[in-house]
Design a protein around this ligand. Structure first.
Ligand code: 5GP
Length: 183
């Protein structure tokens, strides 16, 4: 889905399809260099990280393993509560593995902070975070993001995996949703 298909629902395009693509390539080059020889386990967080994971994994020129978790921070709407529930756990034993959590967005940081602690407790050799987007002004807890695509303003965004009420995930760009859509 292109911006023109839902133009009336969007207040502003933050990242075009091309900018997202360039961000993914930059992330991949840095990850390849850092993991040099250590085959990482990419852990994608459903559902938002599906697009990042699919494009990042294909851009990487090294072998990777991939696994998925689904977590839910309680509370509907546009805010995270920090109370996390595992809806789908990993199939992979993390003992001795170099884990790279692949996230769509770090907002309050509450979900990711919980996830980092949870995966670190499973005996991984290392756990790092790759996030396409981060909202620095929304941080309620500081989470180290080793590989960051873009810092963005503290506004509710959709596209490239990010939804509002399950819509807009298939939008190719990242855009600020117009308030009339969710008010
Ligand atoms: P956090 O715990 O960092 O506040 O956010 C956790 C999750 O909330 C993210 O992984 C994402 O699924 C969702 N989220 C946070 N900010 C946004 C946003 O601007 N747009 C959308 N669609 N989801 C968001």
């Amino acid at each position: 889905m292109d911006v023109d298909d839902v133009r009336g629902d969007l207040a502003e395009v933050l990242l075009t399809e091309q900018q997202v693509r360039e961000g993914i390539v930059r992330l991949a080059r840095r990850i390849e260099a850092d993991y040099d020889g250590d085959r990482p386990l990419l852990v994608g967080v459903l559902k938002g990280a599906v697009m990042v994971m699919a494009d990042l994994a294909r851009e990487l020129r090294v072998h990777v393993d991939m696994d998925w978790m689904a977590v839910s921070s309680y509370g509907a709407g546009t805010r995270s509560s920090g109370v996390v529930r595992i809806l789908k756990d990993l199939d992979t034993d993390l003992t001795g593995r170099h884990v790279l959590i692949v996230e769509d967005i770090v907002d309050s940081g509450l979900t990711l902070s919980w996830l980092l602690a949870n995966l670190e407790s499973r005996g991984a050799a290392s756990v790092r975070v790759c996030a396409l987007l981060r909202k620095p002004d929304a941080a309620r807890i500081v989470v180290p993001v080793s590989y960051l695509g873009f810092d963005i303003p503290n506004e509710f965004v959709v596209g490239y995996g990010l939804d509002y009420a399950e819509r807009y995930r298939n939008l190719k760009a990242v855009a600020v949703l117009a308030p009339h859509v969710y008010q």
